[in-house]
Design a protein. Structure first.
Length: 100
């Protein structure tokens, strides 16, 4: 059972970093730091977009429109962090998994 919790925690941590990369890449696109025509940059951008957009778009529907500021990644990062803390402090000890 400890392996399952470790796997879930690792997947959540990796997804947390993918969201961070998505935010940084969007800033780099916005300020024209990276060339969007570069095939490698486009591949990374497409992967990050396809990985984050299914989760971010429902959050954006419920968030108020703040103009050009998008705080949906912050909400998602807080949700991931909350889920990790909840798994570590409540679910795992309740199922008898003390360390993972």
């Amino acid at each position: 059972m400890a392996a399952v919790f470790w796997l879930i925690d690792t997947i959540l941590s990796l997804y947390w970093w993918i969201v961070i990369i998505s935010v940084i890449l969007s800033w780099l696109y916005a300020f024209n730091v990276v060339n969007a025509g570069n095939q490698f940059v486009r591949m990374i951008g497409d992967f990050v977009y396809q990985a984050t957009e299914p989760v971010l778009s429902p959050i954006r529907r419920f968030m108020p429109n703040l103009g050009t500021i998008d705080i949906s990644p912050i909400v998602l990062l807080l949700g991931i962090t909350f889920l990790q803390i909840f798994l570590r402090t409540s679910v795992a000890p309740a199922l008898g998994v003390l360390r993972y």
